[in-house]
Design a protein. Sequence first.
Length: 666
Amino acid sequence: MQKTFTTILLLMAVITQVHAQSAQDSNRIFSLGEVVARGNRFDSASTVTMEQIRQFHRLNAATALNLLPGITQSNVGPRNESMIYLRGFDLRQTPVFIDGVPVYVPYDGYVDLARFTTFNLSKITVEKGGASVLYGPNTMGGVINLISSKPIHKLDINATAGWLTGGHEEAINIGSRMKKFYLQADLSRYQRDYYNLSNQFTSTKTEDGHQRENSYNNDWRYGFKLGYTPNDKNELAVGYVHQEGSKGSPVYTGTDTLNSQYKSPRYWQWPKWNKESIYVLSNSSLTAKSSLKTRLFYDRFVNLLKSFDDASYTTQKKPYAFSSYYNDYTFGGNIEYGQTLSAANLLKASVHFKQDVHREHNEGEPERRSADNNFSAGITDQHTFNEHWTLQGGAAFNYRQSLEAQNYNSQTKTITDFPSNNSHAVNAQVKLMYVFISGRLLTFSADRMTRFATIKDRYSYKLGTAIPNPGLQPENTLNFALQYNDTRIKNVTLDGSVFYNRIHNVIQNVSNVVYDTAKHQWLSQSQNKGRAAYYGAEAAITWRVAVNFTAGANYTFIRRKNLDNPNLHFTDVPEHKTVGWLQYNISRFDFLLNGEYDAARYSTSYGTQAPGFFLLNAGALIKITSWLKVQGGVNNIFDKNYMLTEGYPEQGRNYFAKALFNYSYF
């Protein structure tokens, strides 16, 4: 595969009749994939552009999102999953969409963002706090939308091939726009055989250093979009995506004797982490003042987890060894109707339906099935009073219906049904915007948002340590935020916000609920017991110091309080995070220096911490011709031995080099 991509790139490089022109990134954005159009306003605190993804060499969605304030990247160490927290909310409360289509895993609501590469994206948008009810249910903490690209010329070709410490990357995107039709196809691969540890890492009984054991990953995908645009007010697109992944989970190397991994390490590998999606999107102008937007989708998730006896990863004979199979799928759709009631008023209404089906079994056991239906009906209204004041309001009714939930008894080898359970929730939001002058905006928002308990929340035995609770009720939160955006200062863009979130009915694990006489141990249970408060502030600045020199930085402060039990700590989110960069252009050269500081963060509820750290990275891009560039750099320059989760060290000093090809024919 690597040789194939390299050959393609070299063949492109010998093309002599090239008509190239750098197009604006905004023209390549697949606008049908946006749920809430932002118009021409750019919010540097909640948008990652295609150009930033390339400049900072962010190969997956998790590392790209980490550039933004309010977002913290985390690592679920035992599962080697890249997650993010948005103002303290995890991915169950902040669902992930691709082009407005939900892609989170039906079973637990999570998704491993490291499996989603960025090669085909035009931008990533984040709705913080009060995400529009037009997104549907479960948007308690916000929304992440990965928006793909589309062609703007008769022929657009973008390709890259590169090397990085321990692996390589290749990708090609080919698109064509011919009058009323367009076609976009992409193929990419990101393979890493290992990541290297810092020279400051001290070897342990489970890790000798240098190349991190069992840290491989192999991700590749292909997809296409076919679109039809009869005019500038109507568009129809059909898309298909197929992605396959495999990965290992490095073993715990920490010193926390209370961590179960300390005495009983997990030897886990995922031979399969595969997703397949097909969707149909449309936007139709019904009259001069009304429109209809529709989405239909089907998404399948196939997953295989293998637990082995030891670090040889060859045998499965011990009691804790197993092979676990998931075969999940989701299908559904939504319809959004928009009506311009007057020059000052826009009304929108949406209806959502989504069915989640989870099927699982361990090798040698029968398959069990769980399924939910999710409904949502919402309405929003925006009224502009004058050139200064705008008011938005919205409300939605959400309903979750349990269709089926099967329980397997490994002792009797029988399958029975859990009690059926349904749940409903109401979301409401209001947003008031004041424009001081064009380019200077102040926004206040308040909303009540909810999240339904997932299939895993309600039915999981948590590897024999818990009992299910089918009757779990939705979590809910009151979110308040004040945001300021300013582009009026010469050569400066400013974004800032303060926020407060009060969470109720938090689903948390309650210990010592039932005593298991057979196992001689107490079992826990997930219950709606928690109350919490998340509050903080964000600030972002971009300063064009000179024509060829730009500087930027953002800062996040967040504090999370457990209002019921202050002795139990919330994990994975530092109180302070800062990202900064300096970019300098001269002739054909582009230099980027960027750094990140994270304060210490809790890794366990009982107080184990991952220390704070500072990382410095550098990169350079050289323009060889109008259609060929080369890029290289070094990350973690100081070879810092750091962790996002205690006991799971991250990558030491590492390097990358790549070639980028960009060709357009008009």
